[in-house]
Design a protein around this ligand. Structure first.
Ligand SMILES: [Zn+2]
Length: 442
């Protein structure tokens, strides 16, 4: 059992010691990749194990994209040479990506984990939740798409590991949960997505239902890292503590906020984190904006090397007030393929400036067209919105972020922030997915 103020020793290690530990773990993982992963064997033939001399020479190792994994699985189904253990050694199977599946560049990827993988992921999850203040006296509602998700088992295990009493419900049948499930189980904390947390808060208010929520762990979208979104969530949830969590189906929880609520701590004893220039692949320094690249240091079933996350971030190497020494991650947006190379979409800035003008529930999306990204903003607004003032302010917002503006009047009321960037060729799929999400969550 871990008290909220307890910082495990590994999270307080001096950075040079952390680096040494990473180096040793990377050598072992690198050898395993070459020996057991058919997918990596060929690409690593040119690199000897001694070349993988820890993070300093990570740049010499190849980057991995999600699309390369998807293509490999399409070419040689079902695993595409990605499985590094016999299938009998896998203890759980799943898919990416519960929310964005089927949209454009997010086709699904078959995933597997061994019992060892799951033990390690659950241990990290427990550290992440303890870091955010979860305790043994909490009851936890874990809300999300459990089906086909390995990550939800990790979250459940982490909440059990920290000593809290979790229960899982799907995002469907929300009204029934608001009237029956949640009042009976009376959770003190929740794990869900920011958009859904806001939807749930409005439904609870309509129904006149109070829950004793003290803390909300949010993942899956650019969310609480943006101050205006954090404030909206805190107000909607009666000033409950908001904790941002960064997680991927492929690896589990990768970073989480401490009680300072200012950036997400990485788990550098388990992963190597890099920020790269998405166009050149060059590794950038602390504080630079670029694409997050993650290498898990302990992975049996599907080891990955320098995995490009498609997320626009910064990494901060300063020591936190909480005493933790591990890098701090700030998630700013997405890196998406464009007509002439990758494009950085800074959703944090868009949310911040649009929210200030149109309110926190502003409806917008970024459409990638052949001419570049277009910011589409729904200008229907509410009765309290001065449309002329909003239009002129939104135009200046578009100039600020150097993006062409298109006003529309047809965006859905609520949709997941992770799908706010869409390729123009996928607009039909996007609309169908948004409608499906709306139907599911009612
Ligand atoms: Zn901290």
């Amino acid at each position: 059992m871990t008290s909220p103020d307890h910082v495990p020793e590994v999270e307080r290690l001096p950075r040079d010691e952390l680096w040494k530990e990473q180096q040793g773990s990377l050598q072992v993982q690198f050898a395993l990749l070459g020996e057991r992963s058919p997918f990596y064997r060929r690409s690593l033939e040119a690199v000897s194990p001694t070349d993988a001399d820890g993070p300093r020479s990570m740049e010499d190792l190849p980057l991995t994209t999600r699309m390369a994994l998807v293509s490999a699985q399409r070419d040689t189904p079902p695993w595409g040479g990605l499985l590094a253990v016999p299938t009998d050694d896998c203890s759980i199977l799943g898919f990416t990506n519960a929310i964005a599946t089927g949209i454009g560049e997010y086709p699904e990827l078959l995933l597997a984990a061994t019992s060892g993988d799951m033990r390690r992921r659950v241990a990290i999850a427990a550290r992440a939740f303890a870091m955010g203040g979860a305790t043994a006296s909490d009851r936890t509602a874990i809300i999300g798409e459990v089906a086909r998700s390995i990550l939800h088992h990790t979250i459940l295990g982490g909440m059990v590991g920290v000593g809290s009493t979790p229960f899982q419900i799907g995002r469907g049948l929300t009204l029934r949960h608001v009237r029956h499930t949640l009042p009976v189980l009376a959770p003190t904390q929740m794990v869900t997505h920011p958009t859904y947390a806001l939807y749930l808060a409005s439904l609870l208010e309509e129904e006149g239902t109070d829950l004793p929520i003290e803390r909300i762990f949010l993942w899956g979208e650019v969310g609480p890292s943006v101050p205006s979104i954090r404030k909206t969530l805190e107000e909607a949830w009666c000033h409950a503590s908001i904790r941002d969590v960064y997680a991927m189906e492929e690896m589990g929880i990768i970073a989480a906020e401490c009680s300072q609520g200012d950036g997400l701590h990485c788990f550098e004893d388990a992963f190597i984190y890099e920020v790269i220039d998405p166009a050149s692949g060059e590794v950038l320094g602390a504080g630079d904006r670029g694409e997050l690249v993650v290498t898990p240091l302990f992975a049996d079933a599907m080891p990955l090397l320098r995995y490009r996350t498609g997320d626009l971030v910064t990494l901060d190497d300063g020591v936190c007030e909480c005493g933790r020494t591990h890098l701090k991650l700030r998630v700013l947006g997405k890196v998406v393929p464009g007509p002439s190379g990758p494009i950085n979409i800074d959703l944090a800035t868009i949310e911040q400036v649009l929210g200030a003008v149109m309110g926190p529930t502003v409806r917008y999306r970024v459409v990638i067209e052949d001419s570049g990204p277009i910011l589409e903003v729904d200008i229907r607004g509410g009765p309290e919105v001065d449309m002329d003032a909003s239009l002129s302010a939104v135009s200046s917002v578009a100039k600020t972020i150097d993006m062409e503006l298109r006003t529309v009047e047809a965006l859905p009321e609520s949709f997941h922030r992770s799908t706010r960037v869409v390729d123009s060729r996928d607009l039909g799929l996007w609309a169908a997915r948004a409608e499906e999400q709306r139907r599911l969550e009612q």
